[in-house]
Write a protein that binds this ligand. Structure first.
Ligand code: 6PG
Length: 247
């Protein structure tokens, strides 16, 4: 089931996304005593993280019962301004005093990309107590999307797009001239709830292509996000949604 929610501006989109996040997390905690989220990177989610850590939401759930996983990462140290972990740590994790044991991040400061990805993957297996071959099932897989239709660090034409078994991999992205780290489609598509947070006119083409044209074979990476047993909810501002015809 795909739900498209369009808001007049980023602020309204972020507020709706915060309410949705809390409701999903609270339900998971009520039902199982814990919740898990794969956090999106980039710039769009920062306002959401700050809102969740703010006065209106910080008391709404028991954050210590939540597992936070950095969904994808750049190959930079945590204190680098490009670090997705660094952004989440400053805007969400530190303000909510989330303990390290409830965070799984890519330890990019040391090791080769393959080792970094393998270490991250092993930490996820431990955190979810996975048996061999099992995939983690996130309550929330939060995703952004680039103007090229990439999501997480699953970029067009890159090797990670076809990864069908591993939980997390390093991914060489020639169009960026860098290595990235990312959860894979098998994990994203195993989530209970995927939430896309996409804003800005520059994303409108990709939004239309992924939401309305994917059936026509216009296959951008974000179009491969199709949870086998889960929901997809798009949180869009009007600028990003402006080319959608059927909403
Ligand atoms: C990353 C992200 C990436 C991001 C999109 C959108 O590490 O860059 O995970 O998938 O969500 O690039 O980024 P903005 O929110 O900055 O537009």
């Amino acid at each position: 089931m795909t739900d498209i929610r369009i808001f007049p501006d980023r602020k309204a989109m972020t507020a709706a996304a915060a309410e949705y996040f809390i409701q999903i997390a609270a339900k998971a905690i009520e039902e199982s005593g814990r919740s898990s989220v794969a956090l999106a990177g980039g710039s769009t989610p920062k306002a959401l993280y700050e809102m969740l850590a703010g006065d209106e939401y910080r008391e709404r759930i028991d954050w210590q019962k939540m597992l936070f996983v950095i969904g994808d990462e750049r190959n930079v140290p945590p204190d680098d301004e490009r670090s997705n972990y660094g952004m989440a740590e400053r805007s969400l994790l530190r303000p909510l005093s989330i303990s390290d044991k409830n965070i799984v991040k890519w330890k990019t400061a040391n090791g080769e990309p393959e080792q970094i990805a393998e270490r991250f993957e092993n930490e996820i297996k431990d955190a979810f107590s996975l048996k061999h071959g099992e995939l983690p099932r996130f309550d929330i897989a939060m995703l952004g999307m680039g103007a090229d239709g990439h999501t997480a660090s699953l970029f067009p034409g890159t090797k990670a797009l076809t990864e069908s078994e591993r939980i997390a991999v390093e991914n060489d992205v020639p169009q960026l001239g860098e290595v990235r780290f990312t959860l894979t489609f098998p994990v994203i598509n195993n989530a209970r709830n995927v939430m896309f947070l996409v804003a800005g006119a520059d994303k409108a083409e990709a939004v239309k292509s992924v939401i309305e044209d994917t059936e026509n074979g216009v296959d951008l990476p974000a179009g491969s996000v199709r949870p086998s047993n889960g929901t997809v909810t798009w949180f869009l501002d009007e600028a990003a949604a402006r080319l959608l015809m059927h909403v």
